[in-house]
Design a protein around this ligand. Structure first.
Ligand code: NOJ
Length: 749
């Protein structure tokens, strides 16, 4: 088998970050400072730096340990006065004055809450991700937070898993681009700026593939899948200069990430050259006991550190047991030195030694107008128009009344989504409040909740909702999930709308008025029935603080939907896992299948269908990956290739015409997919390789181009080499993963 080897890993992610952006070849001055400080440290002080605690009690309760140099980082402290008080103990009262690193989960906003990451991914707009992270960093750093545990870039192909909400979805390339953009936003131009916070690529690795979609569960990902599917977003974050990594809770093929030398040393350090800090997840060092990998805390500490962990989150096994494990020869002091170097390096890069304190008198930056405007824009771009029969949307100017119905229409807490420790519902603008503010004097707005909350099974309010709907020209139903139904440890086996929401939609549909269903949720739900019953469906995930005005503007056509599904939407949960970039079986399924009821009784055993499909629902999704409508229509021209024969060093230019053929100005997300036709191992039927948002006025046509270095077609092949294998490739450009005319090219030696 002839292969074109990739000489430089940097080539693989050129569009994400050039190699010169990598911060990892530490500057000599920082390295000298690190060495000078390290040489003064006692073993206890070194191990102290490796200890992260969660803030508790009074300052005095923590100051004893800080003075002794037994704490390197504190998480969950967001009061600037306390931050400074703790920092003062570290800087002024500990022997070496090493500042603390203050951490917090700032996932999709600090006070101003942006759409959940899955929603942001639906924008297919890295600027949305970067701006959201930048604003989160500005707000969080203003109270003294200098480290966030984001972005989460676990590939997530199972919506039962509650943490899919925190992810960028199912696709490797999309997650790589959005994750790198978030890193850039959190860390700013330089970590050293007081408004920059260190980002954390998490959870390394494979956490999203937990068996059965149950959080914390085992994963069984082959090395090939790790390298081709799960690693790339992390490698992209590393190339974007992410300061820290977090290990994941899961064990993969029997090895918990927190004790996994292969991923932490061989791949992260040796292959990718990462020189930042690796932290465990919460208590995950100790959890190796429950995994059955170590017998006790003592062994857990040694296993984690030897595998390549630098800092332990909250389980105290390092401070308690590393000294004796070193004495016993189970851990080498050189391993500790390396870990401490990694920690100090990040602290120096953040400028903490020069500026350990936060300015307590700084005017508040929370909920600044510009932050709210960015959050609104993000919510607009995150919403996906899944259906729009008879152009029921945008709402017409001549409507005189609108019924706003449903448990999510005015749910200020729930529309913020999961992981919002610091967001406040008092600042949320719900669709109901926004509609009243923006249209209250022009339209009659009739509001009936119908159900009190998403899980509400009490149908008593449905008749009131129906009568409200009967009095209006148009009905907009807001359904979905409360925020607590997704996120960590909040997994579901049933992905239908909870409570009596389906009954509510069915009752509203019967009236015969135009019915628009807006879904706010932490994951893609199985909404086939409700979509069928509705004239239009707008899927906004949990849209954050400014979700209300964003949705109202979309409904009334002040803005035009442009979001695309960052995950495949399923017809039924039994289809899990269903994702577009699957490998083919030897008997690929077509989208046609014989409905179960048409199979005759006692039919003789034939290979009817004879393909990798389900007899009852087939294999087609409800909505494919990359899908989303607009109020306008777009026409894609046939893609033209700069060459039909290219070598591994070439760059393919793909150009095509994109025309707005409808009545509104709108934005299309043009997507480029590639298939490697014949390879030494089975390859995905399609893989996203590029996307771009193109805004066009009605009738406007643009010639759009993508540059695709052939080196980006490399994959980890049969010989365990990252390689582009020569041969035939198919390529599509289109509005989603299933549409577009296929064109072909060849890669030659
Ligand atoms: C556990 C979660 O898995 C992780 O994502 C989070 O950052 C830590 N807890 C800290 O809260």
């Amino acid at each position: 088998m002839k292969t074109i080897k990739i000489l430089s890993a940097c080539l693989l992610l050129l569009p994400l970050a050039s190699c010169t952006q990598m911060q990892y070849k530490g500057d000599a001055v920082t390295e000298q400072k690190v060495e000078a400080l390290l040489s003064k440290m006692t073993l206890e002080e070194k191990i102290g730096q490796m200890n992260q605690i969660s803030s508790y009690g009074n300052i005095e309760d923590m100051s004893g340990l800080i003075k002794k140099g037994e704490i390197g980082s504190i998480l969950n402290e967001v009061d600037p006065v306390r931050v400074n008080a703790l920092q003062r103990v570290a800087v002024e009262e500990s022997r070496l004055g090493i500042p603390l690193l203050m951490a917090r989960d700032v996932i999709h906003g600090f006070k101003t809450i942006f759409p959940i990451p899955l929603g942001q991914a639906a924008s297919f707009d890295p600027q949305v991700a970067e701006d959201g992270a930048r604003i989160a960093a500005i707000e969080a750093s203003s109270v003294g937070v200098r480290w966030t545990f984001a972005p989460m870039i676990d590939i997530s192909r199972d919506p039962r898993w509650g943490r899919i909400a925190e992810s960028c979805g199912e696709d490797t390339y999309l997650s790589s681009v959005m994750g790198a953009a978030m890193v850039k936003g959190f860390q700013g131009d330089s970590l050293n700026s007081p408004t920059s916070i260190a980002a954390c690529a998490k959870h390394f690795v494979g956490y999203g593939a937990s068996e059965g979609g149950r959080d914390y569960n085992s994963t069984f990902i082959s090395e090939r899948s790790l390298r081709n599917v799960y690693f790339p977003p992390f490698e992209a974050a590393a190339k974007a200069g992410v300061a820290t990594f977090m290990t994941s809770f899961n064990d993969n093929d029997g090895v918990p990430s927190t004790g996994n030398n292969f991923i932490l040393r061989e791949v992260l350090r040796n292959e990718w050259g990462f020189d930042g800090l690796v932290v465990t997840d919460w208590n995950s060092a100790r959890e190796m006991i429950a995994h059955g990998i170590v017998a006790d805390d003592k062994e857990a500490a040694a296993q984690a550190v030897n595998a390549g962990v630098d800092m332990e989150m909250v389980s105290y096994t390092f401070v308690k047991y590393l000294p004796e494990q070193i004495k016993a020869g189970k851990v080498k002091e050189a391993v500790i030195d390396e870990a401490v170097r990694n920690i100090l390096r990040v602290k120096f890069r953040l400028g903490l030694f020069d500026n350990p304190y936060v300015d307590e008198k700084r005017p508040s930056v929370m909920y600044d107008e510009s932050h709210l405007a960015a959050a609104k824009r993000a919510a607009e771009e995150s919403a996906i128009l899944l259906k729009n029969d008879k152009e029921v949307l945008p709402l017409k100017e001549n409507i005189r009344s609108i019924a706003i119905i449903g448990p999510m229409a005015d749910a200020p807490h729930d529309q913020l989504g999961t992981w919002i420790f610091d967001g406040e519902k008092s600042h949320t603008k719900t669709p109901l409040t926004a509609a009243r503010e923006m249209y209250g004097n022009k339209l009659q707005i009739i509001y009936e909740q119908g159900l009190a909350y998403s899980r509400d099974k009490n149908t008593a309010g449905i008749s009131k909702a129906v009568s409200a709907a009967q009095r209006a020209d148009v009905v907009v139903a807001f359904v979905g999930e409360e925020s607590i139904l997704s996120g960590e440890a909040h997994c579901l086996a049933d992905l239908n709308l909870q409570g009596a929401q389906s009954e509510l939609i069915a009752a509203l549909a019967k009236i015969g008025k135009p019915l628009i269903t807006v879904v706010m949720a932490g994951r893609q739900l199985t909404i086939g029935k409700e979509a069928e019953a509705s004239d239009a469906v707008l899927y906004s995930f949990h849209p954050g603080t400014m979700g209300g005005p964003a949705i109202v503007d979309l409904l009334f056509g002040k803005s035009v939907p442009s979001g695309k599904t960052p995950v495949t939407f399923l017809k039924t949960v039994g289809q899990v896992p269903l994702y577009y970039a699957h490998n083919n079986s030897g008997r690929p399924a077509s989208s046609h299948f014989k409905p179960l009821d048409q199979v005759p009784l006692e039919a003789s055993q034939t290979s009817e269908g004879s393909s990798s499909s389900y007899m009852d629902v087939g294999v087609a999704p409800l909505y494919p990956f990359g899908y989303g409508l607009s109020y306008t229509t777009f026409k894609f021209g046939k893609p033209q290739l700069s060459s039909k024969e290219l070598s591994g060093k070439d760059v393919l230019t793909v150009t095509f015409d994109l025309e707005n053929t409808g009545k509104y100005e709108g934005t299309e997300v043009a997507q480029l997919y590639v298939q490697d036709k014949v390879a030494s191992v089975t390859r995905p039927v399609k893989e996203l390789k590029r996307f771009t948002r193109v805004t066009l006025k009605p009738g406007e046509k643009k010639n759009v181009s993508f540059e695709l270095p052939i080196s980006e077609l490399a994959f980890w092949n049969l010989d365990k080499v990252k390689t582009v294998e020569p041969g035939d490739f198919g390529l599509w450009v289109g509005p989603d993963s299933q549409t577009g005319e296929e064109v072909f090219f060849k890669v030659v030696d």
